[in-house]
Design a protein around this ligand. Sequence first.
Ligand SMILES: [Fe+2]
Length: 265
Amino acid sequence: MTTTSSNDMTRREVLTTVALGGAALLGSCTSAAPASAEPPRSQPATNTAGASTSNTPALAGKHEIVPLPFRAGALNGLSERLIASHHENNYGGAVKNLNRVEQELSQLSADTPPFVVAALRERELMFRNSKALHEAYFGNLGGNGKRSGAIEGALASAYETSARWEQHMRATGVSLGGGSGWAILGLELDTGGLRTFWSGNHTQVLAISVPLLVMDMYEHSYHIDFGAAAGRYIDAFFANINWEEVNRRYERAQRVSALFRGVPS
Ligand SMILES: [Fe+2]
């Protein structure tokens, strides 16, 4: 999806975005601007081969790994080894596996056993969401951690104070410590409201929502640096949030939500 104004977007485009779990919107958001810790990216940060446009083959199996929007060693309190390994092995693995699953699914025929289809569909959803959430995660890092902009006021309205929201987000992350999952701040498209939720197995996301801020709580996202001390990782994550990027996502998600609900944005 391109960064068109709300007037340029059709309801069909909005529904396409929603049906894809907001991945299309996220893709455009992560490529919108560089993280503040680094100069502008030299490469696009969006996987256009797998972009969620209505005329793109569903099972092309040609997704590409999106480069980090910052230098792996540039973050504050999150090591280069950790970030590079996470990006290459965990995120990169999801992209490669998604391609393989799509290639397998493209061969589906009337003779394909239902249990094979079921297994492939389960893996497809898991790898597709893992890819999208990892791109959102890396895309919302590289900042100075100082909350500002429209999202600050919106969080205060939704959670009494933005500090109170942070308490919710941190507690959600802590609740996943030692296990696996994602803590996510999203915009619920059918209400236009901000929601904080968790996602297990890359799949249990809030159905009609666009992720604005994504915090990876799988152990691979912190164990190299912090062992089992998930709370220390959460501190480091918050210190590196790129709130400019979160604000860009919020602004776009509001416009998509308005179109989805059929109200003026
Ligand atoms: Fe991860």
